[in-house]
Design a binder for this molecule. Structure first.
Ligand code: ATR
Length: 267
């Protein structure tokens, strides 16, 4: 039996265990998925120990995604993003991936959104914003990053091919955009809050909200009212997990089984 898991602090409410265990059940992979919550100072010991114990793979979440970069051999995309959310423990040691990026592109593509040649606005320049900006640029979108702290958006934009960055006063770029990604935490556990005023939303837009608590955010409600395509944050969570399962097992992930398990735990 293989052991996979999630390393973070805290990890108590994670939806990854039911999602991955549903995938093992659907494919007949003999594995378990467990959560680990090391002390903040113990992440290096945790990764070394996991490798020594023969753990097959780990997801990594807040606050360790940046720290583990130097503890693994990162693939080029994870290195550019500067964060690892998936570790595969192979014969040559731990290899790091960032499947959050694929979570963004696969979620949009699954809803029929054409990425190549599109114009995208990413709101937020933290971990989720970095993954979204690189993923969309690599898929052929021209990316604008708007962030509350403009310097962070400008710094990220300088690393992302063809991207521009600015403060929230540049949200008017959404008027001419095809894709809007909320990569801030605005709206999380706050159904009345939105990162983007409704006046910017329009019918030619696809809106992906990384927030999935609640599953129907104010941003997505107002986007639907404006006639936009809406993609909720559970798709991003699901499809980063799908990508991680595929990295670890080399199998096609049972997306429907994972989606059903995930959504049964969300309201
Ligand atoms: P994550 O890893 O989930 O992206 P993060 O790195 O803490 O989390 O980044 C949070 C993002 O949400 C940042 O872009 C942050 O903006 P700042 O860089 O200015 O801090 C953004 N954010 C958080 N609260 C916000 C708010 N009330 N209004 C606008 N942006 C907000």
């Amino acid at each position: 039996m293989q052991v996979y898991g999630l390393v973070g602090n805290p990890v108590g409410h994670s939806l990854s265990p039911p999602m991955h265990e549903a995938a093992y059940e659907a494919t007949g992979v003999d594995a378990r998925y467990v959560t680990f919550e090391p002390e903040l100072s113990a992440i290096e010991a945790a990764i070394t120990g996991a490798d020594a114990l023969g753990i097959a793979g780990l997801n990594v979440t807040i606050p360790f995604k940046q720290d583990v970069l130097e503890l693994v051999d990162p693939d080029p995309l994870a290195e550019r993003i500067g964060a690892v959310n998936t570790i595969d423990f192979g014969p040559d040691g731990p290899v790091g991936y960032n499947t959050d990026a694929a979570g963004v592109t696969r979620a949009l593509e699954r809803h029929g959104v054409e990425l190549d040649g599109s114009a995208a606005v990413v709101v937020g320049a933290g971990g989720a914003g970095r993954a979204a900006a690189f993923a969309l640029a690599d898929a052929g979108s021209s990316v604008h990053i708007a962030n509350r702290t403009p310097a962070k958006a400008e710094e990220l934009a300088s690393a992302v091919p063809g991207a521009t960055g600015g403060g929230l006063d540049t949200l008017d770029r959404i008027h001419d955009a095809d894709i809007l990604v909320n990569a801030t935490s605005v709206g999380m556990e706050a159904p009345d809050e939105t990162p983007v005023p409704a006046s910017y939303l329009h019918a030619d837009l696809a809106v992906l909200d990384a927030v999935y608590t609640p599953i129907e955010t104010r941003l997505l409600r107002e986007a639907a009212d404006a006639g936009a395509v809406t993609v909720d944050g559970a798709w991003m969570l699901l499809l980063q997990g799908v990508e991680a399962f595929e990295v670890w097992t080399g199998l096609d992930a049972p997306v429907e089984a994972m989606n059903t398990a995930l959504r049964s735990h969300l309201s």
